[in-house]
Design a protein around this ligand. Structure first.
Ligand SMILES: Nc1ncnc2c1ncn2[C@@H]1O[C@H](COP(=O)(O)OP(=O)(O)OP(=O)(O)O)[C@@H](O)[C@H]1O
Length: 487
């Protein structure tokens, strides 16, 4: 008992000091003649005044740090603390000590983002983080929330994320063009929004990306989101795009000027282009071997992206000969390409093994709306659905909504891609055409791409410099900021 009386205040310094300050305020105000509770009211107003002052003086830091903590504190004591023991018992998350008493996991911290309540919980001895992962749906139900996910923070501690508001319910606007055309090298590109309100960024270098989603799930917004973000680098010759569009050019033709090579005719020609891409990769490997240890993007050695819309058309439906050649050539790039700057972006409706035999070689995978939990696991890896990637539950109308796994983080994020309109794509393609256009890139009539490319207006006469007058204002925000800074 004595040990508990000594150790409890030490283990709960904030509660102890708040109680001590309250007692002192009550005593002090009683001594000067006021009823004691005036002191308590004054004490309670201190944090309110401090927070209001902070919000007035520095709004951005208050929103980033003050508000999440203040709201977290309030919700902790009004919502979570009173219900916590009951929730833990009903969700079978308590353990028992040697005397058979229930040990309730400790709720260590509550933080609120605009959309989520994040609860840091200490996993009691005898339980495992997986017990909490498995109970995510039960916790969501207890909190009357649509979704709950559990992330392991460190051994013995988990974050329980309970969705309070769905920030992805509305269409997310397309991300403006990056102010620095080489920003993708270090920071990847922003494709949209994560459900915790943070920007959704994906890596560009070093990853081969597979995006799977049922028909009309919004694969196009992921495809174009990355290409639009890379467009200034494409025009400057730092990135080259090879587009393969087995759907007769329906998806990619609208931005064909951005592609160094664009093929959409028969399957053999498309596989020829993929094999040529793999051969070029081998040539670059020969060129760089012994010269550099790590590939760096430059005009002499641009990053090359092979963008294949509807991969299954080549690997499944084009006949065994074409499928075998496509599989071999794509497999070559997937195994060797990242080291020399040759990367693949594959888009599929059906993620089964016979559709995408080389699925496991893609290093970054995104699951848009899919039909079954097993399809989610096929895309994101075994157990992803159980850990919260409920891509099979994405409603048909929530186009562009997806789950992705970050590198090194086994828990998925729900994200929504920004939505570029056809006009956005046309404008970016006209303003940032590829610096190098392959004369082999032919349309159905056999005319070289250069012959059919529309004339490009340019602000300083140089092709590919980026004519801002052609680009919608929504896409220009970041560029305008950068220009201001440069002045
Ligand atoms: N991020 C988004 N936000 C809102 N609406 C979107 C988004 N992406 C696409 N859409 C809408 O969803 C529809 C289908 O999009 P899209 O063509 O990209 O799907 P898809 O998965 O490529 O389909 P398919 O496999 O049939 O080609 C489009 O009409 C578009 O207007």
């Amino acid at each position: 008992m004595i040990a508990l009386a000594v150790s409890w205040p030490l283990r709960h310094p904030r509660t102890t000091s708040t109680a001590a300050a309250g007692w002192l305020a009550w005593r002090a105000s009683a001594r000067v003649g006021y009823p004691g509770w005036w002191g308590l009211v004054a004490l309670a107003l201190v944090p309110v005044v401090v927070l209001a002052g902070w919000a007035l003086i520095h709004r951005s830091s208050f929103r980033a740090h003050g508000w999440p903590r203040a709201l977290g504190w309030l919700r902790r004591w009004t919502v979570y603390a009173p219900a916590w023991p009951l929730w833990m018992r009903r969700c079978h998350l308590t353990t028992r000590d040697e005397n058979g008493r229930h040990l309730v996991p400790k709720l260590a911290r509550v933080r609120c983002t605009p959309a989520l309540d994040r609860l840091l919980v200490e996993v009691p001895i005898g339980a495992t983080p997986e017990t909490f992962v498995d109970a995510a749906d039960q916790i969501a139900n207890a909190a009357r929330s649509e979704e709950c996910r559990v992330r392991v923070e460190s051994p013995g501690r988990v974050w329980i994320e309970i969705r309070r508001r769905d920030l992805l319910a509305k269409v997310v606007p397309v991300t403006p063009l990056p102010p620095d055309r080489l920003a993708f090298v270090d920071h990847g590109v922003q494709l949209g929004l994560r459900d915790d309100g943070l920007p959704w960024r994906v890596p560009v270098l070093d990853v081969h990306r597979l995006v799977a989603g049922r028909s009309r799930s919004g694969k196009g917004s992921l495809l174009w989101g990355e290409i639009i973000a890379l467009a200034p680098a494409v025009a400057a010759g730092f990135v080259e795009l090879v587009g393969i569009d087995p759907k007769g050019g329906m998806e990619l033709a609208i931005g064909r000027d951005l592609f160094t090579r664009f093929v959409y005719s028969d399957p053999e020609t498309m596989v020829d282009a993929i094999e040529a891409f793999a051969d070029e990769m081998d040539a670059r490997a020969d060129q760089l071997r012994g010269v550099v240890r790590k590939f760096a993007v430059s005009e002499a050695t641009p990053l090359k992206l092979l963008v294949i819309d509807e991969l299954a058309t080549l690997t499944l439906y084009a006949g065994p000969m074409v499928a075998a050649r496509a599989e071999r050539a794509i497999g070559r790039v997937l195994t060797k390409g990242a080291a020399v700057g040759f990367l693949v972006r594959g888009y599929v409706q059906d993620p089964r093994k016979d559709t995408v035999p080389m699925r496991g070689l893609f290093t970054h995978r995104v699951a848009l709306g899919l039909d079954t939990p097993s399809e989610v696991d096929m895309v994101l890896g075994e157990g992803a659905h159980a850990r919260g990637a409920r891509a099979d539950q994405i409603p048909l109308h929530a186009k562009g909504t997806a789950y992705e796994l970050e590198d090194g983080n086994p828990e998925p994020y729900r994200v929504r891609a920004g939505f570029p309109t056809d006009d956005d794509i046309r404008a970016v393609a006209a303003a940032f055409p590829a610096r190098r256009r392959d004369s082999l890139s032919a349309d159905r009539s056999g005319a070289p791409a250069d012959a059919v490319a529309p004339p490009v207006r340019s602000d300083n006469g140089r092709r590919g410099s980026g004519d801002k007058t052609l680009i919608p204002a929504s896409l220009l925000a970041a560029l305008a900021d950068a220009t201001e800074n440069e002045r």
